[in-house]
Design a protein around this ligand. Structure first.
Ligand SMILES: [Zn+2]
Length: 255
């Protein structure tokens, strides 16, 4: 039974993707979900998923890149969404911390992806930063019936609400940081049927390697940390995350 890294960016890492996948495999990580952030990186995610049996893709425009989405870009994402190795539309959402795209444009582009996910029947992988209310409002207005995965979960103060809505919560390496008490409490309390774990590599490297580049192999440390928080074994948590992943991503086939 292998670990799953539910969200990563092999193309942002400085190491060759083949080496990262091999290192992950050696560490017991057998499934890696590679996230696209625009048309080119969504195409790349699909290429990586075709090349490596461990890798699966998500496709979409990150809020940072929302201002770039045009008609041809929309057609690329729509076309890729039909590919059998594409698990979800994502990562998409709102980022009011960096504001790399105008906020009104971010909301339009997010809404377009929410509707696309509904139309093609895929889950939605959501990135949200300092935009909690707008993200949750837009999802409740437009996302009815969608499977929603909150990647790099960062809304511990909304835990009860997002659990009540049926969302999946994917915790990244920052849950291991000493000051992340609220996030740790959320990771302890979230119902077993809703938890996923990810690296978001090369970012958010878990303790004790914090500060160095992250990679899918390191998700193992996050499993150990969260398992201890929840008072279960890493093997139990891995089994739970695998069940959740196949429920959240209907196209996913685990080895
Ligand atoms: Zn990401």
């Amino acid at each position: 039974m292998t670990y799953i890294d539910a969200h990563t960016h092999l193309d942002h890492c400085k190491v060759d993707a083949g080496d990262l996948v091999a290192a992950a495999r050696a560490a017991g990580v057998g499934t890696i979900v590679q996230s696209g952030t625009d048309a080119a990186t969504s195409r790349l995610a699909v290429r990586l998923a075709e090349r490596f049996p461990e890798v699966w893709a998500t496709v979409g425009y990150h809020p940072h890149d929302a201002k770039e989405l045009d008609g041809p870009g929309q057609r690329v994402i729509e076309e890729l969404a039909a590919h059998p190795r594409v698990l979800a539309v994502g990562e998409v959402g709102l980022d009011y911390h960096y504001d790399h795209s105008p906020r009104a444009r971010q909301r339009e582009v997010f809404e377009w992806h929410v509707r696309l996910a509904a139309r093609v029947g895929l889950p939605l992988v959501v990135h949200t930063r300092e935009a909690d209310d707008h993200t949750l409002d837009l999802l409740s207005k437009e996302g009815g019936g969608l499977t929603v995965i909150l990647h790099c979960f960062s809304l511990p103060e909304h835990l009860d609400e997002v659990v009540a809505r049926g969302y999946y919560l994917s915790f990244a390496g920052n849950v291991t940081f000493p000051k992340a008490a609220a996030l740790q409490e959320a990771a302890r309390r979230v119902p077993a049927g809703r938890i996923l774990l990810e690296t978001d590599a090369p970012y958010l490297t878990p303790v004790p390697r914090r500060g160095r580049p992250n990679s899918p192999a390191m998700v193992v440390r996050t499993y150990a940390f969260v398992a201890a928080l929840r008072g279960v074994t890493a093997a139990d948590l891995t089994a739970v995350v695998r069940e959740n992943a196949v429920r959240a991503y209907p196209r996913l086939r685990l080895e």
